[in-house]
Design a protein around this ligand. Structure first.
Ligand code: GSH
Length: 203
């Protein structure tokens, strides 16, 4: 059985979402942090990067990097979340790398300023972080215009990867200004598997 190391409050939630969507049997090893560092020796022993999530597949394959894990699982276990041809595969990789490189840090920075920074939180820092999101959200909005999903005419691993990177933006009050992104986020996060993962993360 697939072993997933990481609590739902970590980026492991991205993999929980995909595993739940695919209905794959898995065991979650609920490793967390101490002072924002992973100290669990089980993770240190298998992952040189010492971060969450980490998976061990049932054939012994060990992987880290949340978005790569999802691409690997979609590829290996197949089904509707996987690309159906080379063009869809390209778009799944493109959007996953775009999420990691172009918007993840900005989304995290906004979430930090809004929810995590020591109180009293600075409205100017929150507004500055929101302003940084404008360009990538506009790009995503344009890409979604006339489309329901990112990489194909159906929900795929690309949508899980990008929507899960943008988890914090569920709570971004200006998201409605990017109406295509807002509708797509609602579509993605409204799915039963996504709702289940939100409950795991937020309870
Ligand atoms: N790019 C990596 C980031 C992994 C990451 O930073 N994970 C956090 C938890 S969400 C962590 O383990 N932090 C501990 C540390 O930075 O030492 C991924 O997407 O998996």
């Amino acid at each position: 059985m697939i072993k997933l190391y990481g609590i739902a409050q970590s980026r492991a939630v991205r993999n929980l979402w995909l595993l739940e969507e695919m209905g794959l049997p898995y065991e979650q090893v609920k490793v967390g942090f101490e002072n924002r560092k992973v100290t669990d020796p089980q993770v240190h022993a298998i992952n040189p990067n010492r971060k969450l999530p980490t998976i061990v597949d049932d054939d012994g394959t060990v992987l880290f990097e949340s978005l790569a894990i999802n691409l690997y699982l979609a590829d290996k276990y197949g089904g509707a979340l996987k690309w159906a041809n080379a063009a869809e595969a390209g778009h799944c990789y493109q959007w996953s790398l775009w999420a990691a490189n172009e918007i993840e840090l900005k989304s995290q920075n906004w979430g930090y300023a809004k929810f995590v920074a020591p109180e009293p939180r600075d409205p100017k820092a929150i507004a500055a972080a929101a302003a940084e999101l404008h360009e990538p959200l506009s790009i995503l909005d344009g890409a979604l215009t006339g489309k329901h999903y990112l990489a194909a005419d159906r929900f795929t691993v690309a949508d899980i990867n990008v929507a899960s990177v943008l988890y914090r933006l569920i709570f971004f009050e200006d998201l409605h200004k990017y109406s295509e992104v807002k509708a797509w986020m609602d579509r993605c996060w409204g799915r039963p598997a996504a709702q289940k993962c939100r409950k795991m993360r937020e309870s």
